[in-house]
Design a protein around this ligand. Structure first.
Ligand code: ZN
Ligand code: ZN
Length: 424
């Protein structure tokens, strides 16, 4: 077994190992909910091998037919994009294609380990990466479509790395920062020494499903957000919207949880019916630039005014990227009193940061947030007020004093959030 970093004694080692085993089991049992004789693919960076080995073992113990690990390494990728010929970059070999086709045709479930190394591609000519993506992307879109429309189960769990933990805790020694990020990932994933994570997640996803159900039953026309920072925003939801969150049912009939952790219930704003001001409560990391203390003013769905104390140019490039990037594609509600938000850490990673606080997203909406939306084409979805953009960027605006009212179609006002938390 590989040695974990920052370990100071056998006891700590044992504890760390137990937590990692529990996280692996959680990914297999709750994340993808592996079925008997199912094929499992694990997408893992090399440095996440300690977690991936445990996932492989757990998946076999649960009856998986085959566990296939797709290893990646940022240096190997960097060398490939730097030194391979243009021709090679635009080629997908038949054996690479066949492997992916086998996974899709055989209903393989997919576990991805989130452990990105910040700036891993620094110095690489992005034009070459884009050239490769433009050619390879469409050829392999059958894979991303398969999983993004949940035809088979998929999930994402996190694992630390040196470079990442140093961006989260820049003032600590690497080993100390590593330990802190490790503990934070476990805590946010509801994994601890005492309790059963599977049971914790059952209770948690039941709670999220309950929130979704209450919100779906009200079928709100408008949400009204207000706090003392100056947020005063009215968002109309699209007709036939669906609140979703926690787990979902795959096209193959297997219930799974696509993100560990997840705290949000989310739905679709109408792209032309958002009015008022929203003040962000956490910095936004956009294309390597930190945007701080910013706000947006919306009129008829579009950002008509915005500012930032830091990172204004990056914010401007986001808002002006395309027509849809100045409109909303998602509204997500998260109680202020939640494990991730209580940690009060900026993870520099969407899997965590978007779950720390109520958030909105500029850019593309999710078709799953409309009744039967995943079977509609873009033109049909647009008639409902579905926003289309090349991007989808979440930003946080929840606070401990957030008040949210819902307005029903017959004009009733229902309290949803009081002092930052769900009232039901
Ligand atoms: Zn979200
Ligand atoms: Zn989002």
């Amino acid at each position: 077994m590989m040695k974990l970093k920052g370990i100071k004694g056998k006891n700590t080692m044992d504890k760390k190992q137990i937590l990692l085993e529990k996280l692996a089991k959680l990914a297999v049992e709750v994340g993808v909910n592996v079925q008997k004789d199912q094929v499992v693919v694990v997408n893992s960076p090399l440095h996440a091998a300690p977690l991936t080995r445990l996932i492989q073992k757990e998946a076999y113990l649960r009856g998986a037919k085959m566990v296939y690990v797709e290893w990646s390494d940022s240096e190997i990728s960097r060398n490939y994009y730097t030194y391979a010929s243009d021709e090679t970059l635009q080629e997908i070999t038949s054996f690479q294609y066949d492997k992916l086709k086998y996974m899709v045709d055989n209903n393989a479930c997919r576990i991805s380990i989130d452990s990105r190394i910040p700036n891993a591609m620094a110095g690489v000519d992005m034009k070459r990466v884009m050239m490769a993506n433009r050619v390879i992307g469409p050829k392999l879109s059958f894979v991303s479509n398969h999983y993004s429309s949940s035809k088979s189960q998929w999930t994402i769990v996190a694992y630390p790395n040196d470079e990442w933990c140093k961006t989260v805790f820049p003032n600590l020694e690497t080993s100390e920062a590593w330990d802190k990020l490790y503990d934070a990932i476990m805590y946010a994933s509801r994994v601890d020494l005492e309790t059963d994570p599977t049971q914790n997640w059952k209770e948690h996803t039941d709670k999220l499903a309950e929130h979704s159900k209450v919100l779906n039953d009200y079928n709100f026309k408008t949400l009204h957000f207000k706090n003392s920072l100056g947020t005063d925003l009215e968002i109309d939801l699209v007709e036939n919207h669906i609140w979703a969150g926690g787990g979902e049912m795959g096209g193959n009939g297997v219930y799974f949880v696509p993100n560990i952790p997840t705290e949000e219930v989310f739905t679709m704003p109408h792209k032309d019916k958002v009015n008022g001001k929203v003040v962000a409560t956490k910095p936004l990391n956009y294309q390597g630039v930190l945007i701080e203390d910013f706000y947006f003013v919306f009129k008829d769905g579009k950002v008509v005014d915005f500012n930032a104390k830091q990172g204004y140019d990056a914010l401007k490039s986001l808002v002006e990227l395309d027509e849809g990037s100045s409109r909303l594609g998602e509204v997500a509600l998260i109680s202020h009193d939640s494990p991730i938000s209580n940690l009060n850490i900026l993870f520099n990673d969407t899997l965590f940061d978007e779950n720390a606080s109520c958030h909105l997203a500029l850019g593309n909406a999710y078709s799953m947030n409309i009744v039967n939306g995943t079977n509609m084409d873009e033109e049909e979805l647009k008639k409902y007020g579905y926003n289309v953009s090349l991007t989808h960027v979440d930003f946080m605006f929840g606070s401990s004093d957030m008040e949210i009212d819902g307005v029903t179609h017959d004009g009733k006002i229902i309290k949803i959030f009081e002092k930052g938390n769900f009232v039901f």
